[in-house]
Ligand binder design. Structure first.
Ligand code: PRP
Ligand code: URA
Length: 212
């Protein structure tokens, strides 16, 4: 498969191990939730690899020295409801001071088109870097709508973190928002006729929350 310029597949062995457990239909709801959080935390290391740093002066118990601390725009996490909620705690463990906005979308059953029902983000979007969280990138319609809503509200910098992506969704994001970089734990084969990712992991929201 040709590489996508907007995609990073994070292939760390621990992520791949946990992803294999996540895919299994035998995995309990409790373990599924824990795995989503843990994989997101591990992916966060790569997602934040280019954060700006500034030199600071520090007093150690022995002398004055210089260190580096994260500077630049403040990070804001945007889980796409519902399933993106499962990724919030993992990312907050790495960036505990991040704000959390919410974008509510669901995929209409027959058309597979996203329907928006909620949108709340911080008031100063132009001063922030946004990280959209959604475990599944299938047709890409939901992610593209989430990014469009953020940009319409003034967001300039957006990246997307998912756990499983379909080539169709990555291509759709490339065409609609080529500036948005996507991080995923896996690039799967294809979508089935119902818009589910194959091999995938099923319906992420249903598996996280136990509701349909
Ligand atoms: C799932 C998933 C994404 C979307 C991906 O949400 O969490 O948001 O589908 O599909 P797409 O790339 O084809 O748009 P769903 O619509 O099932 O809503 P839910 O999380 O509330 O169940
Ligand atoms: N949403 C999911 O939760 N799973 C899929 O495979 C596709 C969309």
């Amino acid at each position: 498969m040709r590489p996508f310029p907007n995609l990073t597949v994070v292939e760390h062995p621990l992520i791949q191990h946990k992803l294999a457990l996540l895919r299994s239909a035998d995995t309990s709801k409790k373990l599924f939730r824990e795995l989503v959080e843990e994989i997101t935390l591990l992916m966060g290391y790569e997602v934040t690899h280019d954060l700006a740093l500034e030199a600071v002066e520090i007093e150690t118990p022995l002398e004055t020295t210089h260190g580096m601390m994260v500077s630049g725009k403040k990070l804001t996490l945007i889980p796409v409801l519902r399933a993106g909620l499962g990724m919030v705690e993992g990312m907050l463990k790495l960036v505990p001071s991040a704000r959390v906005g919410h974008v509510g979308l669901y995929r209409e059953h027959d058309s597979l088109k996203p329907v928006s029902y909620y949108f709340k983000i911080p008031r100063d979007p132009e001063l922030r870097d946004f990280i959209v969280l959604d475990p599944m990138l299938a047709t890409g319609g939901s992610a593209a709508m989430a990014v469009s809503s953020l940009k319409s509200s003034g967001a300039e910098q957006v990246r997307l973190v998912c756990l499983v992506a379909a080539p169709e969704g990555v291509q759709h994001l490339l065409e609609t928002h080529p500036d948005v970089h996507i991080f995923t734990a896996a690039l799967d084969r294809e979508l089935n006729e119902h818009g589910y990712i194959l091999p995938g992991l099923g319906d992420a929201g249903d598996r996280l929350f136990g509701t349909r």
